[in-house]
Design a protein around this ligand. Structure first.
Ligand SMILES: [Fe+2]
Length: 473
């Protein structure tokens, strides 16, 4: 049970992990502690809101800041760093007298300023590399194509016209490493709510799969992929006041509510284009899935479940109060669902408070041996730890940064010279020094601490997600 009021933001002195970074840098990192492994070669991309204020205008929600990409390249010359804002329309237009409507941000001007205004595409949520393309993602609109070297923005992407209207293309696509296909979905609200589903093949050709019809518009952030299915866990986070939102009378996030009695709907969409299977279960409150796979005819999904007692309003208000404490976002627990015919069973995996589940992506769509998360060492605390959970033994391994510092999503970089080995890459915010550093940990020995760190001279806001692209690819 989460204890209230013990938060490590109380221990924070100095800068906030959410402070803006307005500058764009290009430099070779001069200060490297330890040794970067000789076989760790490639590029780590991370993305998140680079600024949550423009002048004195504050974005009302952690989801609304302008997307900024950070690029770390591991080469024989060491580690180089570059960051660039995605040149969205919103980034170009935002000023000290104007910021656009967001998920939790209202434009100036009250009703007239917001009526029939949709949230601005700030392209801040995830970044994916697929079929010789790099794309920054935001779930309510089109991706932006990004130059993988320079991070220059090349414009919005429709994938040969497949993404129509708002062009929603969710921020959590899944790639099947066996086939090279990338699957994803997009949430459509009008004229009727549905999830459009897509498959982009290894050559970049898009195919539309069966849509998932929704009885009401909901928030659906992620899905999972098995050998045969796209797996959706559709929680009852419902747009319960759509007219209020459309008229601009309140912010979008305030028009959502958690309707527990409706339960969670599990939808399995066949990858081959067949009709979806639907099974209902008790209500979940979750955002991120780790992985899914098929096992003796069952479908198993692993995800991070948040307490339904904290769903949606208290959770959301913490994200609106990002300067002070976003700990609620890291208060989930790892769980699994097993779908056997029309029956769903729940399994609790670990008590560690966490979010941002990751794995060695070579195991995507298959049972994976280990899950990695960003976690809190304190009940109700901000993320200060990386944790691995070995599913064969149940063993947990944990690394915690210095008090007052924070850490973000860990990404697994495979070691091409070992069978199954690799490193965890994450970015630590050093509060006292108002800067960040890239950490490299042996994924099998987290408690030993980083084997190397690349000490940046600047700060990177905490951010959301990222991807590691090995040099060989
Ligand atoms: Fe996400």
């Amino acid at each position: 049970m989460t204890e209230p009021a013990l938060v490590n933001s109380d221990r924070r002195h100095g800068s906030s992990p959410w402070d803006a970074q307005e500058e764009e840098f290009d430099y070779r990192v001069e200060e490297v502690h330890g040794a970067i492994p000789a076989s760790l070669r490639g590029v780590l991309y991370r993305i998140g809101p680079g600024r949550l204020k423009v002048g004195e205008l504050r974005f009302g929600h952690i989801f609304d800041g302008d997307g900024m990409i950070s690029r770390f390249e591991f080469s024989d010359d060491g580690v180089s760093f570059r960051n660039r804002y995605v040149r969205t329309k919103h980034f170009a237009m935002a000023s000290s007298t104007w910021i656009g409507r967001g998920i939790g941000t209202q434009r100036l001007g009250g009703f007239l300023g917001n009526v029939f205004r949709m949230p601005s595409n700030v392209s801040n949520t995830n970044i994916v590399s697929h079929a010789n393309g790099l794309f920054s993602l935001w779930e309510g609109g089109r991706p932006y194509r990004i130059d993988p070297e320079t991070l220059e923005t090349r414009g919005t992407e429709t994938f040969d016209g497949t993404l129509k209207h708002m062009g929603a293309f969710s921020a959590h696509p899944k790639i099947d490493v066996a086939t090279g296909e990338m699957f994803n979905f997009g949430l459509e609200m009008f004229p009727r709510p549905m999830l459009r589903t897509f498959c982009r093949d290894a050559h970049g050709r898009m195919k539309v799969l069966a849509p998932v019809k929704l009885s009401r518009p909901v928030l659906c952030h992620d899905f999972a992929l098995t050998e045969h299915y796209l797996v959706f866990l559709i929680d009852p986070i419902v747009f319960s006041r759509p007219i209020t939102a459309a008229l601009g009378l309140d912010s979008m996030d305030h028009c959502l509510s958690f309707e527990e009695k409706q339960g969670t709907r599990v939808v399995l969409v066949p990858r081959d284009g067949g009709k979806p299977r639907v099974v209902d279960t008790e209500a979940l409150f979750h955002f991120h899935n780790a992985n899914a796979w098929e096992e003796n005819g069952d479908v198993v999904v692993e995800f991070v479940a948040h307490p339904t007692s904290q769903a949606w309003d208290p959770f959301n208000e913490a994200l609106r109060d990002y300067e002070n404490n976003v700990a609620a976002a890291f208060g989930g627990r790892m769980e699994r669902l097993r779908i056997t015919g029309n029956r769903v069973t729940h399994e609790h995996l670990a008590d560690v408070e966490c979010e941002f589940p990751q794995l060695d992506q070579r195991f995507a769509t298959r049972a994976h041996p280990t899950t990695y998360v960003a976690a809190s060492s304190l009940p109700g605390g901000e993320p200060d730890s990386l944790v691995s959970l070995d599913h064969a033994t149940g063993r947990q391994d944990m690394f915690t940064v210095a008090a007052g510092n924070t850490i973000c999503e860990p990404l697994f970089a495979p070691d091409p010279e070992t069978d199954g080995g690799g490193w965890l890459l994450s970015v630590e915010h050093l509060a006292d020094e108002a800067r960040s550093r890239l950490l490299v940990l042996d994924a099998e020995h987290l408690a030993d601490g980083p084997i190397a760190s690349a000490e940046l001279t600047n700060h990177i806001p905490m951010g959301f997600h990222g991807t590691f692209v090995p040099a060989a690819s």
